[in-house]
Design a binder for this molecule. Structure first.
Ligand code: VGL
Ligand code: ZN
Length: 264
């Protein structure tokens, strides 16, 4: 929870050296006192039930370093997977169905991808992949302009997205009648998650109020733990506040909001 024994030893050593440097005329008394304080802290941490809390207060008053509180840190490990939703040209500014600031998601998602690939953890991506006469298009009586037509440049992944060669891609909206609002429309996604024993899904991408929302809700219904990459998603916001409403919905259903700085 707090400093581990390695840090404890380091603290004592550093204090010793610092005191030796700044109080060479009378180092021993000071060093002795400081070591006693450190030992007292360690004693509390390991042997007294309330030690950590007392220590926490103690350290808050005298922060020893800038390290973030470990409660805010999420360690990646086995069972974790990253799911990047619809990071395709048509959803970026200049595309057929542009999401405001959609391009700003790319560099942040890249850093998440890098963290997952460095740890050899799986990276999945969904891809909106519509036939020309998809039911969601205005021409067919649907709400959206034509977008992400299978095989078109608009349907390609955003340039500069660091998808690893091992990425597994799941298409959505491939049939005229299915809307493409959830990655789980592709039955293969659930199968792959099971095959790789994934229990925790880190989800971000476009758009917060459609495909991210529905994918997250499906994942929670399937009992996956979901971490929302709040800094790597943006909303279409057909109505003002849709994105915020979607976020609240996902969080109240059990998804945990995180940011890049929290992922180690
Ligand atoms: C999406 C609208 C239409 C999405 C897909 O991925 O959120 N939104 N098709
Ligand atoms: Zn679509």
């Amino acid at each position: 929870m707090y400093a581990d024994s390695k840090t404890d030893t380091l603290n004592i050593t550093i204090i010793f050296l610092v005191k030796l440097k700044f109080f060479p005329q009378n180092p021993l008394l000071t060093i002795d006192r400081l070591i006693k304080i450190e030992l007292f802290k360690i004693y509390f941490k390991y042997s007294v039930g309330h030690g950590p809390r007392i220590l926490a207060n103690f350290q808050r008053e005298r922060p020893m370093n800038n390290k973030k509180n470990n409660a805010d840190i999420i360690e990646l490990g086995l069972g974790d997977a990253l799911l990047a939703i619809h990071l395709q040209n048509d959803f970026l500014p200049g595309g057929r169905l542009p999401v405001a600031e959609g391009d700003q998601v790319i560099p942040v998602m890249n850093r998440y991808i890098d963290r997952f690939t460095q740890r050899k953890l799986p990276v999945f991506a969904t891809r909106d992949w519509h036939p020309k006469n998809h039911g969601s298009f205005i021409k067919q009586g649907g709400p959206w302009p034509e977008h992400c037509i299978a095989g078109s440049t608009g349907a390609e992944f955003a340039r500069g997205l660091h998808l690893p060669v091992t990425v597994q891609i799941f298409p959505t909206g491939t049939e005229v009648e299915n809307d493409g609002y959830s990655g789980f429309e592709s039955a293969a996604l659930k199968k792959q998650l099971e095959k790789l024993s994934v229990s925790r899904l880190f989800i971000g991408g476009l758009a917060t109020d459609y495909c991210v929302l529905n994918t997250v809700c499906d994942a929670l219904d399937l009992n996956y733990q979901v971490l929302l990459l709040t800094d790597a998603m943006r909303a279409v916001n057909v109505h003002r506040g849709d994105g915020e409403e979607a976020l609240n919905k996902m969080i109240s259903k059990g998804a945990i909001p995180v940011t890049l700085a929290m992922i180690q």
